[in-house]
Design a protein around this ligand. Structure first.
Ligand SMILES: [Zn+2]
Length: 67
């Protein structure tokens, strides 16, 4: 029985965002020590990151499909 697929995929996505998308779209500040926060209700995952410089909040929303 394998139940790890979805979780590891989400972890990889979080790492991807941490690596590539921590530059604020509002002011251009690069939050090198920041992280995306992820929240899920089981069907949708929301990633948010608040810029420490200007306070703008970036978001990504993913829909998780479960077969
Ligand atoms: Zn900013």
């Amino acid at each position: 029985m394998q139940h790890h697929t979805t979780r590891s995929a989400l972890e990889r996505l979080t790492e991807y965002y941490d690596d590539t998308e921590l530059v604020c779209s509002e002011c251009g500040f690069e939050d090198e020590e920041g992280h995306w926060r992820s929240e899920t209700d089981g069907g949708v995952v929301e990633y948010t990151h608040e810029c420490p410089d200007c306070g703008a909040v970036g978001e990504h929303t993913l829909t998780v499909r479960r077969d």
